[in-house]
Structures are given as structure tokens and as C-alpha cells.
Write a new protein. Structure first.
Length: 198
């Protein structure tokens, strides 16, 4: 497909969508008018019911009439909504098809750029081509990950050492209490972490 055919197709879709939307708007406007008439009749019936002796039965009858009159309006509104959903879905499908057709007519993209080796440490950075920079970033990223892993391991070792020291203090206190002849108090136990958290 050439570009002019695609533009004509898009214009036709826009005109079709606009005419369908206008028809839907007219239908919705008529439904809204009819709904307001039904509500006005219901309000008048409720006022009339308030004047009667048996208010509850009259109100129930007015509500039933209102529901009966509003049901076909709701059905028409649902049909309009469904038609609008189908029209939008069709437009999306046609737009996707047009994009795919346009993509099929484009020349294929060039091959992926090849990665060049990272220059030796003695080579100036200005001599290195721009294609080498992603590899340098990958190397820096790997070094950063290794440093983060080492820091996590050190933090885990500090936590284990703190737990060992806490256990030693608890044991000393218990021993001091036992030496003084006091009954040892139950102190909390400390869990020593086995390995670094992930």
C-alpha cells in the first residue's frame, strides 16, 4: 500500500466514526429527553399519591410504572453503547492493520551495530569510538554489583559479630548472677544469622 491509499483509508475511517458518533449522540439526546419526561411523570404521580389515604400502595404502583417506562430506554442506551464499542474496536483493528501495512512497505532496518573491543588501558579515551561506551558501562555495572555484594557480605558479618557479642554479654550476666547466688533471670536469646540476606 502506498502512502496516499493509507491517508484515504484514514480519512474514510474518520468520516465513518464521526457519522456514527453523531447518530449515537442524537440517540442519547432523545433517550435523555424521554427519561426526563418519565421522571417528571413519576414526580407528579408521587405528589398525587401524597394526597391519597393509601400512600404506600400508590407509591409502589408509581415506582413500578417508572421502572416499566425506563426499561426500554435503558435497553436502547445499552444497544447504542455496544454499537459504539464495536465501532471503536473496528477502528482500532483497522488502524493496526494500516500501521502493519505501512511497516511492511518500509525498507528493512540495518543490521544491529557490532560491539567493538574495549581499548587497552594505555589508549586515550578520545581515540575510542562511541560504540565502545556501552561495553564500558557494562563493565562498570558489573563492578558496582560486585561492590554491592561485598558490602552486603560485610554488613552480614557485622550483624553476626554483634549477635555473638550480645550472646557473650548475656552469658556473662548469667554467670555473674549465679556467682552472687541469685537465681538467673531468663534473658532473651539472640539468633545468629547464618548468612547474608539476599
Amino acid at each position: 500500500m502506498n502512502r496516499s491509499v493509507l491517508l484515504q483509508l484514514a480519512a474514510l475511517l474518520a468520516v465513518t466514526a464521526a457519522s456514527g458518533a453523531i447518530a449515537d449522540d442524537d440517540g442519547r439526546a432523545r433517550i435523555a429527553e424521554e427519561r426526563s419526561v418519565v421522571k417528571e411523570r413519576h414526580a407528579a404521580a408521587v405528589r398525587e399519591c401524597a394526597q391519597r389515604f393509601a400512600v404506600t400502595a400508590c407509591m409502589d404502583e408509581a415506582k413500578a410504572r417508572k421502572r416499566t417506562e425506563l426499561a426500554p430506554l435503558r435497553d436502547r442506551e445499552l444497544r447504542i453503547d455496544e454499537a459504539e464499542r464495536q465501532r471503536r474496536a473496528q477502528q482500532r483493528r483497522e488502524a493496526i492493520a494500516a500501521k502493519q501495512a505501512a511497516a511492511a512497505t518500509r525498507p528493512p532496518a540495518g543490521s544491529a551495530p557490532t560491539l567493538l573491543p574495549i581499548p587497552a588501558p594505555g589508549v586515550a579515551a578520545s581515540a575510542a569510538p562511541h560504540a565502545e561506551r556501552p561495553q564500558v558501562k557494562l563493565r562498570d555495572h558489573a563492578a558496582a554489583q560486585a561492590a554491592a555484594a561485598a558490602e552486603r557480605a560485610r554488613a552480614a558479618e557485622r550483624r553476626r559479630e554483634e549477635a555473638r557479642q550480645t550472646q557473650a554479654r548475656i552469658a556473662r550476666r548469667l554467670a555473674e548472677q549465679a556467682a552472687r547466688g541469685k537465681k538467673p533471670q531468663a534473658l532473651p536469646t539472640v539468633q545468629v544469622p547464618a548468612s547474608a540476606p539476599r
